[in-house]
Write a protein that binds this ligand. Structure first.
Ligand SMILES: Nc1ncnc2c1ncn2[C@@H]1O[C@H](COP(=O)(O)OP(=O)(O)OP(=O)(O)O)[C@@H](O)[C@H]1O
Length: 224
């Protein structure tokens, strides 16, 4: 089986007459970390959302471990959707403010009929203590909330993790801790990771290869 999370000749955006991405191909191989850089507004987040099956491309397709994806968002088959975890820049926009961190981490487990007792192991993995699990988002720091988002993203043991500027709001030590958790997870499971960041020093250290968005959209994109 061909492994990898692939965008194949993707054209996508928000206005069909002016796509943000035109004919972009990119592969995140299983077990590898691909860094994605590019100027602000070049479409990195849009590509992340396409690969995470959250945004439907106008043309082209996403192929997950050799199987073309047939729908996006709720139309994507659950077994494909749950193979991809996502982490965004602003954890406060990704978590329901009324939920405790424990409930937020348990959400995907509950939705997929898995035991919520797994939350404790996930919290330990991201170094969240039990007292923090009982708090709501406004009672924790950005770094603590992002740890909870990482625990939630890993809850279904995804084969791929899409990280869109996940460290932008974090200090150096939290960034190092979360990247360390992702690397350990990757070593254990062979997951593929897409890491989008403006921090090229971080990506040089974290990623196996770094792709510049302007370059992937050219006809000579690395995958073609
Ligand atoms: N929901 C939306 N509706 C309309 N236009 C959007 C939407 N989201 C993004 N855009 C536009 O699409 C273009 C690409 O945005 P995108 O967020 O993908 O770029 P980016 O490379 O991730 O930028 P940054 O590095 O600043 O996060 C921008 O011009 C942006 O204004």
């Amino acid at each position: 089986m061909l492994t990898g999370l692939r965008a194949e000749a993707v054209t996508a955006g928000y206005d069909p007459r002016h796509p943000v991405l035109t004919d972009v191909s990119l592969t995140v191989e299983a077990g590898r970390t691909v860094g994605l850089v590019g100027p602000s507004g070049s479409g990195k987040s849009t590509l992340a959302r396409v690969l995470a099956l959250l945004h439907k491309p106008q043309a082209g397709r996403v192929v997950l471990d050799g199987v073309p994806v047939t729908g996006h968002r709720h139309r994507a088959p659950r077994r494909q959707r749950t193979r991809i975890g996502v982490l965004f820049q602003q954890p406060r926009l990704s978590v329901d403010q009324r939920m405790t961190l424990r409930t937020a981490i348990a959400e995907p487990l509950r939705a997929n009929g898995l035991p919520v007792s797994r939350v404790d192991g996930l919290a330990e993995l991201v170094m969240l203590t039990p007292d923090l699990l009982a708090r709501r988002p406004h009672e924790v720091s950005d770094g603590q909330l992002q740890r909870a988002c990482l625990a939630r993203a890993l809850a279904l043991r995804p084969a791929y993790l899409v990280c869109d500027e996940m460290t932008t709001m974090l200090d150096a030590s939290t960034t190092a801790a979360l990247v360390g958790v992702i690397r350990d997870y990757q070593r254990e499971t062979g997951a593929g990771v897409l890491a989008i960041s403006h921090d090229t020093v971080l990506l040089d250290h974290w990623a196996d290869r770094v792709v510049r968005l302007g370059e992937v959209s050219a006809a000579a994109s690395p995958d073609r």
